[in-house]
Design a protein around this ligand. Structure first.
Ligand code: 3HC
Length: 697
């Protein structure tokens, strides 16, 4: 008997229990164990009904994603589901936690489903570049109809137990937390009432009623906007449509064909990499899991501007009180008004209630005095990028904050060690780099100074989780991981425009690759003044930062979206960039001043220069140990800069393009264009020479 699936009879019910931590995924041992336990149940003359239930935190959370890409070992999941559905004894699935993907498909193969109130169900395969491949696209429509099935399968979103009951996906919802007891009671009722074996594959009323409806074409048209370059949502629609066009067994064949197309697509590989990378980043090499963390019950934030306000919202959203400090009452009032407006917009969209708006606002206490920071556990400074100002603030914090308080800077580029030097407690100083808009973007780049204590590192990673961000722990250098790479891309993109490309051509190459916005649309979002200030700081520090047409924009007050004009123009209330001929003229004038004769630049050259310069920098970041693993770089880019998750992040993408190809091109650019940014990273050279990938590190 398999250890991960057991069979045991309780009264007249044969109980099949899956126990395969952490999430009862349907690995080979579980699939074969399920078949063996089913066989036992069939042969057990005393068992009048069978119950499928799981141990641990959840019902089956899906196929075992770790098996993807490896040769499939029999029995396959569709045949396990089919065997359950074909049983002559009624089978009841009792669901707790999350029944996801293949897990929900297993439950749909059972004849009845009962769920705890707290349970959720979903078919999230689309998030991994797949579609439900064990009958989900054929069985769900037979219970829930076309609209619900399309919504669930193309979005991958979970439904609550109550919603699942309403949509006919489960038959009953029960309170309490003893899922086995709930399942046994339901099974006993099935026996007592002589309920039949009810196979979902035979329930054809819904698919017959909606046959020939125009919903599928409409749905495809709607997806064009939402799918953002993804391949599998459209395959999901094709598969669901098959349930309405073909008999069940033919529909299953169609589902399999479409599933295999998705399985073989590079998008699946990228999304699965992103799934595991997101989970790996929290396991920091050299920082043991049991590193103590400091209590964080109150947070102080300095600066009520766009960043400070957004950061404050993250804490208020999870019930952590915030003290928000500004120097002037006017700035404080303005900041609070923006926070309120953001919350009220969310309430208008129905995502939170008005009462929640008030609760969250009440958690954000405005202040003009550092004295109010005397007892906070964590301070996050979010003022503009100026080392002098930051050092002054940290000097003050050192005086007013209690011992053991964590002093964090939201700097996006500056040296954490230099900031820490303004205090007598560098071990408590750390970077917490949020991404704009800070209440939306999921990344939190936590930056360690050379003296940051381990418990501070562990605490800021735990804080990330608490405020529902993905925390990545990185080392201290100019721009850390994300902005250091971005600045190389930005500088190269700006040069490409100097040489003859238009900003919109550069942006289109990047959006065609899957970025939600291009380099220059992003500069407009962040504010043209941000980059300008950074360049000015570097010039003041004696660095050779060449003149740029972007400086001219800043000097003309074209600061981006906030002034409705930057690289692009923006209509009142719109974020849609509109090309402005005045900017073309400004660029032409700049080229003239610099004596540059513009030339035609191909999209391929733009792609290679913008992307490979980032990869080369990423390789330098890895060899310097600023990022511990290639996957840390990938996650920074996916969650901080909208790198298309289906391409797996820049370093994963580099592996797909070919490390050798990238090395050769970088070397060629170094020979032809020159500049330190094109000096091939030693790591890139080594990997190319050894025929290895970044993923192999
Ligand atoms: N296969 C293998 N491992 C899985 C897994 C899966 N389906 N789902 C989760 N895990 C692992 C995670 O990698 C993690 O491992 P680690 O501890 O070594 O890092 C561990 O389980 C716990 O996962 P989380 O950290 O994500 O735990 P949470 O409690 O936050 O979330 C969850 C649990 C909601 C189940 C979440 O893990 C999740 O969404 N999992 C993916 C579910 C999914 O996509 N299922 C569909 C799979 S595809 C499929 O079924 C194809 C079929 O149609 C044929």
């Amino acid at each position: 008997m398999s250890e991960v699936v057991t069979y045991q009879r309780e009264g007249a019910v044969g109980v099949i229990t899956v126990n395969y931590p952490p999430v009862n995924a349907l690995g080979h041992a579980v699939r074969s164990g399920l078949l063996a336990a089913l066989e036992q149940g069939q042969q057990d003359a005393e068992a009048k009904a069978l119950l499928l239930v799981c141990e641990g935190r959840t019902f089956i959370a899906g196929a075992d994603i770790r098996e993807f890409g490896k040769p499939m070992q029999e029995p396959g999941l569709p045949s396990v589901v089919e065997a359950f559905e074909s049983s002559d004894k009624p089978i009841i699935a009792a669901i707790h936690g999350t029944a996801l993907g293949g897990g929900l498909e297993m439950a749909l193969g059972c004849h009845y489903r009962v769920a705890l109130e707290s349970a959720r169900v979903g078919l999230p395969e689309v998030k991994l570049g797949l579609l439900p491949g064990a009958g989900g696209t054929q069985r769900l429509p037979r219970l829930a109809g076309a609209q619900v099935s399309l919504d669930m399968i193309t979005s991958g979103n979970f439904a609550s137990a109550a919603e699942a009951l309403q949509d006919g996906i489960v038959d009953a919802v029960e309170s309490g937390d003893d899922v086995k007891a709930v399942g046994l009671a339901f099974a006993q009722k099935v026996i007592d009432e002589g309920k039949p074996v009810r196979r979902v594959r035979d329930l054809n009323d819904k698919v017959e009623a909606e046959k020939g409806s125009g919903i599928f074409d409409q749905y495809r048209a709607g997806l064009q906007k939402k799918a953002c370059g993804l391949f599998s949502p459209f395959k999901c629609v094709d598969a669901v449509e098959a349930a309405f066009q073909l008999p069940f067994t033919d529909g299953m064949k169609r589902e399999r064909e479409l599933f295999m197309e998705c399985m073989e697509s590079p998008q699946r590989a990228g999304l699965v990499h992103a799934f595991f990378a997101e989970r790996e980043v929290s396991k920091v090499p050299g920082l043991p899991k049991d590193t103590p963390v400091r209590d964080v019950n109150t947070v102080g934030i300095i600066g009520a501007g766009t960043m400070g306000g957004g950061i404050a919202m993250n804490f208020a959203n999870v019930g952590i009180p915030v003290r928000l400090l500004e120097v002037k009452q006017e700035a404080l009032d303005k900041g609070l008004a923006i926070i309120r407006r953001n919350y009220e917009n969310t309430a208008r969209k129905g995502r939170i209630t008005q009462a929640q708006v008030e609760e969250r606002m009440a958690l954000i206490q405005p202040t003009l005095s550092y004295d109010d920071f005397a007892d906070v556990d964590l301070v996050i400074e979010a003022v503009f990028e100026n080392m002098g100002v930051k050092k002054e603030i940290f000097g003050t914090l050192d005086k007013v904050c209690k011992p053991g308080a964590i002093l964090a800077s939201n700097t996006s580029t500056l040296d954490i060690d230099e900031i820490a030097s303004a205090t007598s407690r560098p071990q408590d100083v750390v970077g917490m780099h949020f991404f704009s808009p800070a209440n939306v973007m999921k990344l939190l780049e936590n930056v360690c100074g050379s003296q940051t204590a381990d418990d501070v590192k562990a605490t800021v990673m735990a804080v990330a989780k608490r405020i529902k961000k993905v925390g990545v722990l990185v080392g201290n250098c100019y721009g850390f991981v994300g902005n250091r790479m971005l600045h190389q891309r930005g500088a190269e993109a700006t040069k490409l425009v100097n040489e003859g490309a238009s900003p919109q051509q550069v942006d289109k190459v990047l959006t065609d690759l899957g970025f939600p916005m291009g380099q220059f649309a992003m500069s407009d979002l962040a504010g043209i003044d941000v980059g300008y200030r950074i360049r000015e700081e570097r010039r003041k520090a004696g660095e050779d930062v060449p003149a740029s047409w972007m400086d001219k924009l800043a000097e003309e007050g074209r600061l981006g979206q906030k002034t409705q004009a930057g690289v692009y123009l923006y209509e009142e209330g719109s974020r849609k960039p509109v090309v402005d001929p005045k900017v073309d003229a400004l660029i032409a004038e700049f080229r003239k001043e610099q004596g540059i004769e513009p030339r035609e630049i191909s999209d391929q050259e733009i792609l290679e220069r913008c992307m490979y310069v980032m990869i080369n920098e990423g390789a330098k970041i890895l060899e310097e140990g600023i990022a511990a693993r290639a996957l840390d770089v990938d996650i920074v880019w996916i969650y901080g800069y909208g790198f298309p998750a289906y391409r797996g992040g820049p370093m994963f993408w580099a592996d797909q393009v070919g490390v050798k190809e990238i090395y050769d091109t970088v070397k060629r650019f170094h020979d032809t264009l020159g500049g330190d940014q094109w000096k091939p990273a030693a790591l890139l050279e080594r990997l190319a020479g050894e025929g290895k990938t970044f993923g192999s590190l």
